[in-house]
Design a protein around this ligand. Structure first.
Ligand code: JDK
Length: 233
């Protein structure tokens, strides 16, 4: 899988060489290429923004710059890329969205700043037969200063779903938001058995696996009721 990321702050994406995503890259299961949008600016001082038509505060990233960048990047892709545009007004990114992207050989993430990108960019690439479509996505109901932090979240979510990226292939499907019952994962514990007067629930040390499974089901239900009652059936 190849993910191209375009940003005016390419250094923001440096953490993608660390940890799980970095390892996925080292093992050749994922390639992340980061591009500086300013390389495609035709304006003095490498400007990529302009004032909004109709007035209003802030600046808008211009379509010609994005068009040149995205056209050139698409030409370097082996298959039709999916264009992902992080935006506070997009469809909320979730685990099913991440799963639906894992099949894609090429994903291009367009990280905006200022007040976003001229809307014609999304419109244009939606109609282009050499692209696999456009998805405008939000990572949650809050406003970031740009798309980079959202890109980090989405790349890490997708990377751990690529076959062979997680050490334990059983870890992925059992996670919170991937449980068959849709509940939160219950509480977890490790050694030592007592820490600052707090005991691990004795059933977990009992060796009784039927009792352990029952305790975990009750723990998952209680946690879901307290923190995410919206997930209960
Ligand atoms: C990409 C720029 C900042 C600030 C306009 C929006 C209602 C009008 C964009 N989940 C999530 N949150 N935030 C993002 C995200 C923010 C971005 C960009 C993604 C590019 N920004 C920004 C303000 C507005 N404002 C709220 C009033 C738009 C993704």
């Amino acid at each position: 899988m190849i993910i191209d990321i375009v940003s005016i702050f390419p250094e923001y994406l440096e953490p993608l060489s660390l940890s799980l995503v970095g390892k996925a890259q080292e093992t050749g299961k994922l390639t992340v290429r980061v591009h500086d949008l300013r390389d495609w600016s035709a304006a003095p001082h490498h400007r990529v923004d302009d004032t909004p038509y109709g007035g209003g505060p802030g600046m808008v990233m211009d379509a010609p710059t994005w068009g040149r960048a995205l056209d050139e990047i698409a030409q370097s892709c082996d298959s039709k890329p999916l264009l992902v545009i992080p935006t506070p007004s997009g469809k909320v990114f979730d685990q099913p969205t991440a799963r639906s992207w894992v099949g894609n050989q090429s994903i291009v993430i367009a990280c905006a700043r200022y007040e976003g990108i001229d809307s014609r960019v999304s419109q244009h690439y939606q109609t282009r037969s050499d692209w696999a479509g456009v998805q405008e996505v939000s990572i949650g109901n809050y406003v970031l200063a740009g798309g980079e932090a959202a890109a980090l979240v989405m790349v890490e979510t997708v990377a751990r779903l690529i076959p062979g990226v997680l050490g334990n292939p059983e870890s992925a499907p059992d996670d919170t938001f991937s449980r068959a019952d849709g509940l939160l994962e219950g509480s977890v514990y490790t050694k030592p058995p007592t820490w600052r007067d707090l005991e691990v629930p004795p059933v977990l040390l009992s060796g009784n696996h039927q009792a352990i499974d029952q305790w975990r089901a009750a723990s998952a239900e209680e946690k879901t009721r307290n923190l995410r009652p919206d997930l209960l059936p």
